[in-house]
Design a protein. Structure first.
Length: 146
């Protein structure tokens, strides 16, 4: 789901590998919860990005998550507690982590539940507003802070 400049290249790659009947390119999707409900495991192989909304959506949907250990993902995912982290640019690491969740459904369930709990407790709208306000207050002159 999603779109971007690399889509046609990825579609060509899928076709060249004979995967055009099993890999779907959905483009922009509005109903993310419905898409996530179809997943057994959420996997992201990002090499760079900011704090990932898609990872947080997967956490909120209580999906077992396999993610590359780039900084923002490691901020969200605690290895073997809320998901599995693998080194970036490691297809082998990704496949081993996916296989591990398939072989260890209890671990997958524990990580999925832990991820949901973490995102609902730590990434709330109230927290975002409070921390943003606190940040702005640091830069206000003392007489304007009250």
């Amino acid at each position: 789901a999603g779109d971007g400049p690399g889509r046609s290249e990825l579609e060509s790659l899928a076709a060249s590998l004979g995967l055009e009947k099993t890999v779907y390119f959905l483009g922009f999707v509005r109903n993310i919860p419905a898409i996530l409900a179809m997943f057994d495991i959420y996997v992201t192989s990002s090499l760079w990005e900011g704090l990932s909304i898609s990872v947080m959506e997967a956490m909120a949907s209580a999906k077992p998550i396999v993610a590359t250990s780039i900084g923002p993902n490691a901020e969200l995912i605690e290895h073997e507690v809320t998901g599995l982290l693998v080194p970036p640019m490691s297809p082998e690491g990704l496949s081993r982590a996916i296989e591990r969740f398939l072989r260890e459904p209890d671990l997958a369930g524990t990580c999925a539940a832990g991820a949901r709990k973490r995102v609902l407790e730590d990434y709330t709208l109230e927290r975002m507003f409070r921390e943003t306000l606190e940040l702005y207050h640091q830069f206000l002159p003392d007489k304007q802070k009250h």
